[in-house]
Every structure is written in structure tokens, then in C-alpha cells.
Design a protein around this ligand. Structure first.
Ligand SMILES: [Zn+2]
Ligand SMILES: [Zn+2]
Length: 364
């Protein structure tokens, strides 16, 4: 693990804003090209390699102690006038629009405290391919309204680096409780009817359990719902790259709104739930009277990460249908108007099927 590199010589580099990459040929801004993984100039075609570093270190949790938090980095941001989304400000692109709601962004004069990002997953394909891919995806949705598919005009996808926290921990849990296992007995009465009774056999348990959690991912911003983030998973670990400003050139980066301490509490809840389920399973139990658990962390670490998401969507009958595309794997999650005709058809088929089953059951 690389210790404290974020607090010493790296400090000066941080001050240099993202987006300072000038073309060696014509002086225009270079942008990251996901297809070649290079910086390119869209004016003269100049390209520049990016030094790729995939050794992503985890940071020990002690680096987040209250007095250090906030000294890590300071960033200037732009905020959406409509929905409040905050993007990290890059020098030359002030006039951009909010990727979430398309309203104008305004520059915040003051710098805000920030934990420096440790790593990111670069975009693996460009916005043009994202659009084609999403077009095909919608057109292949059987339930989507025919007119929507036919007139489909997707917005040009906005590539956004979206912030997440990842946590690792070696945990040790001592527990004590009372669990139960259900079982049934049957008896036949004098009239020959069979009766089934359900019973619970209760037993006391106690013990300790060791668990290792690797990369528990917690949504760090409220602008994409947790549900959406988890459905866009996975973000493959083999694509983790050490954070470098080059990858952000030409893209937006959403600043986190959930601080790492709050995020860790959510991660802890998830760990506790996993451990609880494992304990219950280990006793082959299916009832819990009570289960007291005391979980301690040995060696917990964290990373601040950006994952690539393309946001796009299309309007249909005055309603906007949003699509999210995993910028690394191409997985799509999106809304679209459903065909009333096809839904009715399926309901009729199901009702018909129930009718047939009922008919046979009653006439047996
Ligand atoms: Zn150029
Ligand atoms: Zn907005």
C-alpha cells in the first residue's frame, strides 16, 4: 500500500485543474478517446498516449480520520441551477449543461473540501457507439411501444464519471442468540383425514466468525439511485486504473455528496446482514428469535472511485425516458413506454391459462 502520497509531493499537482491538456499541434483542448485510450485533438488529429497505471492501492481508513478529512484536496465545482447536481470544474469548459437535467451549470466561486479520487474505470467506448448500442437495445425490447421505437431519437449520450466509495474489511464477529428450525408432523384422525402441524425447534447459539469483504461498493452521489447503480454492475475489477486527469478530459465528473463516513455505515450494515445470513445458514435455521452480533474491523480500507456512465434518453408524448449505459461493459438500464396492446395480450394469455387450469381442476 502506498502511504500518504496524497498528502505530500502530490499536493502541488492536485492544484492543476483537470482539462489542461493542450494539443501539441494546434493548441486546442485534447479529449480522452475511449476507443484508443489516448488523448486526441478533434481539430488536427494529434494524439498523445496516456501512461496507464493499474496498480490501484487501497487507503487505510485512518487517513479518513476527522481532522484529516477535507485536507485531502480542494476542488472547484459547478452546480446545476435546477437539480443541484455538482460537477467537478474543469478549466476550459464552463458552458456545459447538467448531464442529469440539461439545465445550465453555474461556477461555484469557493473551493470545496474533497477526498482525492484514487482510481477510476475509463470509458471503454465512445458516445457514438453508446448511442448505436442503446438504439439497438430499445428496438429489441418486445414490450416497448411500436411508435416509440419507430420515431426513436435518442439524445447524444453524456459521458459522466460517477463517484462511488469502495470498502474492504477483515471482520471478526462474536455472536449469541436463539435460532429455530421449523418442521412438520402429520396425523390421521378417526375419519381418515390427514392433519399437518408446523412446529419450531428452538436452540441457543454462540460463536465467532471471521469474514473478509472485498470492494463493497457504495453509491457516493444521490443523482443516480442506488437501485440503478447496482443494476448497472458489475464494474470489472480488472479495469480499475489509477486516477489520472487525462481520462476526464472531455467528460463530466460528478462530485460526491455522500461523505465517506456515512457511506461506511451503509457498507457496515451490508456486512452485518451478510454475516447474519451466514450464521443462520450455518445452523440450517429458518427462524430467528434474537441474534446479538458484535462486529469489529481489523484493517479496513477504502477507495474513492469514478465509474463511467453514459446518460441518454428520448422524449415520447411529452414524457422523458432515461437510459443509463455502463460505460465499461455496455450494460443498459432504461425506461421506455410500453405497448398497451402487448401488455393486454399477455394479461389475456395469463387469464386464459388460469381459466384452463381452473377448468381441469374443477372437472377432475
Ligand atoms: Zn490539434
Ligand atoms: Zn441538473
Amino acid at each position: 500500500m502506498v502511504e500518504n502520497q496524497y498528502f505530500s509531493e502530490d499536493k502541488k499537482k492536485v492544484k492543476k485543474s483537470v482539462g489542461d491538456f493542450k494539443c501539441g499541434g494546434c493548441g486546442a483542448n485534447l479529449v480522452y478517446d475511449p476507443n484508443t485510450h489516448k488523448l486526441v485533438c478533434n481539430h488536427c488529429g494529434f494524439t498523445q498516449n496516456i501512461e496507464i497505471n493499474t496498480f490501484v492501492a487501497e487507503r487505510d481508513f485512518s487517513e479518513l480520520s476527522a481532522h484529516k478529512f477535507g485536507q485531502d484536496d480542494k476542488v472547484k465545482t459547478v452546480t446545476c441551477t435546477n437539480c443541484g447536481a455538482t460537477e467537478i470544474l474543469k478549466n476550459d469548459e464552463i458552458a456545459s449543461r447538467c448531464p442529469f437535467c440539461s439545465s445550465p451549470l453555474v461556477v461555484n466561486e469557493s473551493e470545496i473540501d474533497s477526498v482525492k479520487p484514487d482510481s477510476l474505470i475509463p470509458f471503454m467506448f465512445d458516445s457514438k457507439r453508446a448511442k448505436e448500442h442503446c438504439n439497438n437495445w430499445i428496438k429489441s425490447r418486445w414490450f416497448a411501444a411500436h411508435a416509440f421505437k419507430k420515431e426513436l431519437k435518442l439524445n447524444n449520450p453524456n459521458g459522466i464519471y460517477y463517484p462511488i466509495w469502495t470498502f474492504d474489511s477483515h471482520t471478526m464477529t462474536t455472536y449469541q442468540g436463539r435460532l429455530g428450525k421449523t418442521y412438520t408432523t402429520t396425523h390421521t384422525d378417526s375419519k381418515g383425514h390427514v392433519h399437518t402441524t408446523t412446529h419450531v425447534r428452538w436452540f441457543n447459539v454462540d460463536g465467532t466468525r471471521k469474514n473478509y469483504f472485498d470492494d463493497i461498493i457504495i453509491n457516493a452521489s444521490g443523482f443516480v439511485e442506488d437501485r440503478t447503480i447496482s443494476k448497472l454492475m458489475p464494474y470489472p475489477q480488472n479495469l480499475y486504473t489509477v486516477y489520472s486527469n487525462e481520462y476526464l478530459a472531455g467528460f463530466l465528473a460528478n462530485h460526491y455528496t455522500v461523505d465517506p463516513f456515512t457511506a461506511f455505515k451503509t457498507a457496515e450494515d451490508r456486512m452485518r446482514e451478510t454475516i447474519k445470513q451466514e450464521i443462520i445458514r450455518s445452523y440450517n435455521a429458518d427462524r430467528v428469535d434474537y441474534l446479538n452480533m458484535n462486529m469489529v474491523h481489523n484493517q479496513k480500507s477504502f477507495k474513492s472511485m469514478f465509474v463511467p456512465i453514459y446518460l441518454t434518453g428520448a422524449k415520447y408524448k411529452e414524457k422523458f425516458y432515461r437510459q443509463y449505459i455502463n460505460g465499461a461493459t455496455g450494460k443498459i438500464l432504461g425506461a421506455y413506454p410500453k405497448s398497451i396492446f402487448k401488455i393486454s395480450l399477455v394479461i389475456l394469455l395469463i387469464l386464459g391459462l388460469i381459466g384452463v387450469i381452473a377448468y381441469f381442476a374443477l372437472t377432475r
